[in-house]
Design a protein around this ligand. Structure first.
Ligand code: HEM
Length: 416
């Protein structure tokens, strides 16, 4: 028997999403209606929202949903860029995704981690001479340096902070209206211009980079016999650097968790398995990507609900990671829960779910886990610091979320 999808009463939920419910927008309404699904209007358009493991399984079936033409212009203009892998489907997506996956092999990731570890060491030396360190900003810069070195983008010493800021601004813009959003748009314009001309220079041989590096691969990558237009190649180059810089959100949450739950520090000193559980719980517990959108290829019947062909659906990532049917006491930070996680590709989806090659699941997920393990190791084993009084509140209505103070540290010392 067909069930009716509950309709949210709000005329347009965009402001409620951005200003009052934030990450809890979908979860709250599903609880209110006692369903897994409801219908609302966002950015003036009808959207069907759902969450949970079964919703993720449905959303990540490429035969049912597509991504082309789904991303709102404001997200393309700031976070993702126009023409990148995120908006492709089918064979076009598979080819382009392969470019990413071929550069995310274990050996390549190890190279990134080695460069990142060097930057951590360098940064700790620098921080030990500073009175106060703003961890979020410093993490952005150190990752930006490591990642630019790895992708093969020349970065002058004095340029690093401003470029890191721009990659960060694109991410910071995605859930914002007003100045924060415009700052992200300008940052994207600058970065695309910079990297499109680098791609042209690499192609002309005016800049020489290693044939192994991502910038070279992207510059000479051919699709249907043609190189990518320089601006789209720049969008994909940014697709490597920007989300890696975004790991600074989770590094900041790692420091916050170590501060809020100091008992875990001792175990993290020597227990490498526990390091993994800690990192997984960081990715589950703390908010980052709130939701994802797709469009129904044809009419889909899901759990008795009818999703008409062409409908926009939104999958609740944060709500799925906090779904009490999957996670006991979901709003408690408890790394031990990952000892017995069943590794379903649909129940723990901070970086998307489903399949890496055929679907849109994040190709940077392995790197993220490894780089966060590295970060926690540095925070716990390679440095000491004190945490001054500050406002560590994390608002669930700020998207992307971040502790108010961006995590301040004092008296940083390397462990010799
Ligand atoms: C896709 C999150 C790190 C590259 C995604 C998606 C999410 C996400 C939610 C969308 C999945 C979907 O559309 O179904 C994150 C988070 C990260 C992170 C939370 C860490 C803070 C990285 C890194 C890379 C990366 C390090 C570098 C390679 C990408 C790309 C896509 C993607 C290229 C698009 C994939 C596609 O459309 O097929 N990520 N990501 N991400 N991510 Fe990540």
């Amino acid at each position: 028997r067909q069930k009716k999808i509950p309709r949210d009463k709000t005329l347009d939920g965009t402001l409620t999403l951005l200003r009052s419910d934030g990450y809890e927008f979908i979860r709250k309404r599903c609880q209110q209606y006692g369903t897994d699904m409801f219908q609302t209007r966002l950015l003036g358009k009808k959207m069907i929202c759902f969450g949970g493991e079964e919703a993720a399984r449905c959303f990540y079936n490429p035969a049912l949903f597509k991504r082309k033409g789904v991303l709102p212009h404001r997200i393309q203009a700031s976070l993702f860029g126009v023409g990148g892998v995120q908006g492709l489907d089918g064979v076009d997506h598979w080819q382009r995704k392969h470019l990413f996956l071929s550069l995310m092999t274990p050996a390549k990731r190890q190279d990134i981690l080695t460069l990142t570890a060097e930057e951590w060491q360098r940064a700790i030396q620098k921080w030990s001479k500073q009175e106060t360190v703003i961890l979020f900003e410093e993490a952005q810069e150190l990752i930006c340096r490591a990642m630019c070195a790895w992708v093969g983008v020349p970065l002058a010493e004095e340029e690093a902070r401003a470029r890191a800021f721009d990659f960060g601004a694109m991410v910071d813009a995605f859930g914002a209206v007003g100045p924060r959003h415009w700052c992200g748009r300008l940052a994207r314009k600058r970065a695309e211009k910079w990297l499109a001309s680098l791609i042209e220079e690499i192609r002309r041989g005016a800049v020489s980079v290693s044939k192994d590096c991502a910038a070279y691969h992207i510059a000479f990558y051919r699709e249907n016999g043609h190189e990518l237009p320089p601006r789209i190649a720049a969008v994909e180059l940014i697709n490597f650097i920007r989300p890696t810089v975004a790991m600074s959100y989770f590094i900041t949450f790692a420091a916050l968790a170590l501060h809020a739950y100091p008992a875990y520090r001792e175990r993290l000193q020597h227990d490498d398995d526990f390091l993994e559980f800690f990192v997984q719980e960081l990715r589950r517990y703390y908010p980052f990507a709130p939701l994802l959108g797709a469009r129904a290829r044809h009419t889909v019947i899901w759990h008795g609900y009818r999703i008409p062909k062409g409908s926009m659906v939104l999958l609740d990532l944060y709500g799925t990671n906090h779904d009490p049917r999957i996670w006991k006491d979901p709003d408690v930070f408890r790394p031990e829960r990952f000892q017995s996680w069943n590794e379903s590709p649909y129940n723990f989806i901070p970086q998307g779910g489903g399949d890496f090659g055929n679907g849109h699941r994040c190709p940077g997920e392995w790197l993220t886990i490894e780089a966060l393990r590295l970060a926690v190791r540095f925070l716990v084993r390679e440095m000491t610091y004190t945490v001054p009084q500050q406002d560590l509140h994390v608002s669930l209505t700020r998207i992307p979320a971040l502790p108010e103070s961006k995590f301040l540290m004092k008296q940083v010392q390397p462990v010799r």
